[in-house]
Design a binder for this molecule. Structure first.
Ligand code: SF4
Length: 304
């Protein structure tokens, strides 16, 4: 899911889930942040620094929302015309939830609303070239999944779509509003999908048959059939990542790692790699008072 915010932001504060005192929680997005740049993870997860809405992320969010709602329609009405009709009301609903989105269309750098909606429409057109929603009946959409690993780390996230064949095979689908990665970066893209597959395997005792990433930016589809060895390796990787995050939390050492995404990083001015100085780490009291996260299994958790 490439959306404006990830409501499964991670926590380092102990929380009880299913009777287990979990050590922390990790979503694929925040895991990807840490792998890309530990300082970026710190800014987003520990300092919780605000980030400006971006046109690309907003496009992804509204297109995801339309594709989710489209499947509420009876199958014969799941047409491109209907999907495009849903764009404006979905966008207005998102702006009500997050009023700061309106800033994209204000000021000197204001986007042209009509043109921006047309760009969203062209992503939907691409979607209809890749799949026929009249022939699909997803088992789940925007599915929240979580699982506590033996290491007591809670892994969680939202899966865009899960399809289950009459014969029982499970397909995990994720929509991306950008372009497909080069072969060099495919493994990174698939990590998120293997992460979801791991949670589904652990919670449902079934290994998904297929992981499918649909890139609406260039109309490519990346497919991968995971096996048990893949998912065990993913679990080891997730645990190793959490161990590295824990070491950074304890030492306060969050190195900046220059990377091709720095150009889009909102925190360049605070980054030593670009001549900036990070703010002091928040105190434990500030962390305890930090924003409340969505409840997990009826237990509220707090950011750390
Ligand atoms: S600018 Fe680059 S190196 Fe610095 S925090 Fe952002 S992603 Fe990391």
């Amino acid at each position: 899911m490439d959306q404006l915010f990830d409501p499964t932001d991670d926590v380092a504060t102990p929380t009880i889930v299913d009777g287990v005192n979990v050590l922390g929680s990790l979503s694929p997005s925040r895991a990807a942040d840490f792998m890309t740049c530990p300082l970026l993870y710190r800014f987003r997860t520990i300092d919780r620094l605000p980030e400006k809405p971006s046109s690309a992320a907003a496009r992804g969010t509204v297109v995801h929302s339309v594709l989710e709602r489209l499947y509420d329609e009876p199958a014969p009405e799941r047409t491109l015309t209907r999907a495009v009709e849903l764009l404006r009301p979905r966008w207005e609903a998102l702006c009500e939830e997050e009023p700061e989105l309106a800033s994209l269309f204000e000021g000197d750098d204001a986007l042209d609303h009509t043109q921006w909606l047309a760009e969203c429409g062209s992503l939907l057109e691409t979607y209809f070239r890749l799949e026929d929603p009249q022939r699909l009946e997803p088992a789940e959409r925007e599915l929240y999944v979580e699982h506590v690993l033996d290491s007591k780390l809670l892994i969680r996230g939202y899966i865009d779509r899960v399809d289950v064949a009459p014969t029982g095979e499970v397909r995990v689908v994720d929509y991306k509003s950008g372009r497909s990665p080069s072969e060099l970066f495919e493994a990174k893209a698939l990590f998120q999908m293997k992460f979801y597959a791991l949670v589904l395997w652990r919670t449902r005792a079934t290994i998904p048959t297929l992981l499918q990433l649909i890139y609406l930016g260039n109309g490519e589809v990346l497919r991968y059939a995971p096996d048990e060895a893949d998912l065990r390796a993913t679990e080891r990787k997730v645990n190793a990542l959490w161990a590295a995050i824990t070491r950074a939390t304890e030492s306060g050492n969050w190195p900046a790692r220059k990377n091709p995404l720095c150009g889009w990083c909102d925190h360049k001015a605070l980054c030593p790699e670009w001549g900036g100085t990070p703010p002091p780490l928040p105190s434990e009291e500030d962390a305890a008072a930090a924003e409340e996260l969505p409840p997990v299994d009826g237990v509220s958790s707090y950011s750390g």
